[in-house]
Design a protein around this ligand. Structure first.
Ligand SMILES: *Cc1c(COP(=O)(O)O)cnc(C)c1O
Length: 425
């Protein structure tokens, strides 16, 4: 039996209808932007393995640091204890995060980073003795798959069975170009109730919504309203962090600074699961008390796992290197040039770009018809040796920063091939 067949007998995969799923592709090795399959085929990882990989697969520098850490200290309880990788990573992050972030809370992944931020926000008001309850989020947002994270995410088909178990959230529209004022008005109206505890948002790019983008100017407007009405702000930079949008963090495009930031995905360069929630002094100080009930009672068995933190320290060194900066600029420039060649082609509705993220929305007369085509497009790309996962009628590239120009050109060719497929069908 092949690995894929052994898998199919016993493993339940994420976001996968197991009844109709094809055999999974068994990957035996990775190097740079390439993944090598059991059957000898190779693939360009144009989606950075679900948006986590920054510097390429099996990166030798990260591997070296992880191996050394494994032989020194693999794990230790993080309540009452600490270790060098956790301290180093926290120091490194606070140096580059948006101004005002002062404290680092570790957890396991993006969803838990969001849970922690929500708990910090809600308990901040409880500790302060001010009864603010409402949470605001963007209607099409995605903040993770645990219950709190689902609650602040879009009420989509993915979460429908759980709706009655999710706490109430007030949704405002995503302020895409042309809709800015509408969203500002919505936030202002809700803010005036005086009952809003926090606003959580994906800054500049809503990933799972289909790489939906909006401007820093309108987000600055929204954050200003939040500040005026003492609404805590939570920047979910789980996807946008670590250079994805062209700057180290999407929040760096803004004048206003968030109270809390959620990080994961690229945090370890895509090597290991790790989440971080950071906050400013205002949040942190509200938990300081002789009264133990004001403590943030949250933690995970593997909080601040030393091996994951070591991967984080190594990845951070690579992320802040001049070479990565050059790569970010190179990819953004290439995306831009490719987008220009697409504009004249038929069947393309919209092209969006923010830094290394390029999204192409195909014209889509009938969405249900298209979703059948989703598998066709996915399979077509796989045949070409390129991993691209359409979100509905949207195809996007979010590559490892080490992807070569030649590899990028092949990804672009594959997207042009998809466009041809669509026009001809
Ligand atoms: C992926 C993602 C999450 C959830 O992270 P997981 O590690 O998958 O739990 C949260 N927020 C955003 C913006 C994401 O893209």
């Amino acid at each position: 039996m092949t690995l894929a067949q052994r898998d199919q007998n016993i493993i339940w995969h994420p976001y996968t209808q197991m009844k109709t799923a094809d055999l999974p592709v068994a990957i035996v090795r990775g190097e740079g932007a390439l993944l090598f399959a059991e059957d000898g085929k190779e693939y360009i990882d144009a989606v950075a393995s679900w948006w986590v990989n920054l510097h390429g697969h099996a990166h030798p520098y990260i591997a070296e640091k992880v191996a050394a850490q494994l032989q020194t200290l693999e794990h230790v309880i993080f309540a009452g204890f600490t270790h060098q990788p956790a301290v180093e990573l926290a120091e490194g992050l606070l140096k580059i995060l948006p101004e005002g972030q002062r404290k680092v809370f570790y957890s396991d992944n993006g969803s838990t980073a969001v849970e922690v931020a929500l708990k910090m926000a809600i308990q901040y008001w409880a500790n302060t003795g001010i009864p603010k309850k409402k949470i605001i989020a963007f209607r099409d947002s995605y903040h993770g798959d645990t219950f709190g994270a689902m609650a602040v995410s879009s009420r989509s088909a993915f979460t429908a069975p759980f709706w009655s178990y999710l706490f109430d959230v007030t949704f405002i529209d995503v302020p895409t170009p042309g809709n800015e004022q509408e969203t500002i008005n919505q936030l202002e109206a809700i803010a005036l109730t005086g009952d809003v505890a926090a606003f959580i948002y994906e800054p500049l790019v809503l990933g799972t919504a289909g790489m939906v983008m909006y401007t820093p100017e309108v987000l600055d407007n929204l954050m200003q309203i939040c500040q005026q009405h003492e609404i805590l702000t939570i920047a979910d930079e789980v996807m946008t962090g670590f250079g994805r949008t062209g700057k180290l963090f999407a929040s760096h495009y803004l004048q206003h600074k968030p109270d809390m930031v959620c990080l994961s995905k690229g945090l370890t360069g895509g090597t290991m699961a790790l989440g971080v929630t950071t906050c400013n002094d205002k949040i942190y100080d509200a938990f300081l008390a002789d009264d133990k009930s004001k403590t943030l009672f949250h933690g995970h068995s593997y909080t601040a796992n030393p091996v994951a933190c070591a991967a984080g320290v190594a990845s951070l060194e690579l992320t802040t290197s001049p070479e990565t900066q050059q790569n970010l600029e190179r990819i953004a420039a290439k995306h831009k040039a490719f987008a220009a060649t697409l504009k004249q082609l038929s069947g393309i509705q919209e092209i969006r770009q923010q830094g290394t993220i390029l999204a192409i929305e195909f014209a889509d007369e009938s969405t249900s018809y298209f979703s059948n085509l989703r598998d066709t497009l996915y399979n077509y790309a796989m045949e070409q040796g390129v991993i691209l996962r359409p979100l509905g009628n949207i195809i996007y590239i979010i590559p490892p920063y080490c992807i070569t120009d030649e590899q990028l050109d092949k990804v672009y060719q594959t997207i042009k091939g998809m466009q041809q497929l669509l026009v001809n069908c």
